[in-house]
Design a protein around this ligand. Structure first.
Ligand SMILES: Nc1ncc(C[C@H](C[SeH])C(=O)O)cc1Cl
Ligand SMILES: [Zn+2]
Ligand SMILES: [Zn+2]
Ligand SMILES: [Zn+2]
Ligand SMILES: [Zn+2]
Ligand SMILES: [Zn+2]
Length: 306
């Protein structure tokens, strides 16, 4: 059965997505933004008080990379916290009254399933590459942001294969279409990865500083990660992706930023390498609780700085 403090397989997550949205119809509406390569429905949850007029929104996805299991756990945790603290936690109540969160609990469903059944360390999608026996594209190299110019490979056998074209992956296309169609209300894009304990922002595909760099730096460094550290002392670094982790092109955060989503961030959750992608289930709760603080901080900042 579904358990927030354990890693749940996709069938369990999918059943839970359907049941929690049905059970909280006042706060959650569910839609399918498309199917994956292998035909699994990509369920998107819209969380927030129902209002007649459109509210500003934050889009958050988890599970871009299949092996980064703590991220799937975080999106589930976020949804649970939202519905269970609405009405009792003033901060969450204010956020859900005035904003909507679009949460995509699992982006790369086919890959996630593969990590449960065949290869725990799988990263990419599971699409076939014509002319190669190697499977999959790195979805975080597949977006229209300096596509395949740096930190990505045009070899289908590479872990950072950029794909045969921009948005070659149906999963990328589904996500990009949704954000393009809703870019007038989407004020922030959060994409959750692991591991390294970093809060990254544009750009990764070039060394130029993002136009909003000063605010992103000030607020990202000084507040969001400080909020995170306040709970268990977990230390994050932050900065533009190119200089903080590595230069790499085709990322969804850079693409969203260039589309006009000013507050665009990549989280790299715990840990720093001791367990890496195999983070023990005992760390799910603390990781999720500390990350909640930084996501709520960002949401408040976005709300107060449209
Ligand atoms: N724009 C980006 N933002 C963050 C990253 C780091 C993640 C870390 Se798993 C990746 O390698 O896909 C990579 C890119 Cl291309
Ligand atoms: Zn459905
Ligand atoms: Zn990742
Ligand atoms: Zn990572
Ligand atoms: Zn600010
Ligand atoms: Zn909590």
């Amino acid at each position: 059965a579904h358990d927030y403090t354990k890693y749940n397989n996709w069938a369990t997550i999918n059943d839970w997505v359907i049941s929690i949205s049905s059970a909280n119809a006042d706060l959650i509406s569910r839609q399918v933004i498309g199917n994956t390569y292998e035909g699994r429905p990509m369920h998107l949850l819209q969380i927030g008080k129902k209002t007649s007029s459109a509210k500003p929104a934050i889009f958050m996805d988890c599970g871009f990379h299949a092996r980064e299991w703590i991220t799937h756990a975080f999106c589930q945790w976020f949804i649970k916290e939202a519905v269970s603290t609405y009405g009792s936690d003033p901060e969450m109540t204010n956020l859900l009254d005035r904003m909507d969160f679009f949460v995509l609990p699992v982006f790369n469903i086919d890959g996630y399933e593969y990590t449960w059944t065949k290869d725990r360390m799988w990263r990419k999608t599971r699409s076939r590459n014509s002319g190669s026996s190697c499977i999959g594209t790195d979805p975080n190299r597949n977006f229209d942001a300096g596509w395949c110019t740096t930190g990505a490979s045009s070899n289908p056998c590479s872990e950072t294969y950029c794909g045969s074209s921009i948005e070659s992956e149906i999963e990328s296309k589904n996500l990009a279409n949704f954000i393009r169609s809703n870019k007038s209300i989407i004020k922030s894009y959060l994409t959750i990865h692991s591991y390294s304990q970093m809060l990254l922002f544009p750009y990764s595909y070039k060394y130029d500083l993002a136009a909003h760099h000063s605010e992103l730096v000030l607020f990202a460094v000084a507040y969001a990660i400080a909020a995170l550290r306040s709970l268990y002392g977990t230390r994050y670094t932050s900065g533009p992706g190119a200089v903080t982790i590595y230069p790499s092109a085709g990322g969804s955060d850079d693409w969203a930023y260039d589309l006009g989503v000013k507050y665009s961030y990549t989280f790299e959750l715990r840990d720093e390498g001791r367990y890496g992608f195999l983070l023990p289930e005992s760390q799910i709760k603390p990781t999720c609780e500390e990350t909640m603080l930084s996501v709520k901080y960002i949401a408040n900042h976005v709300l107060n700085n449209p």
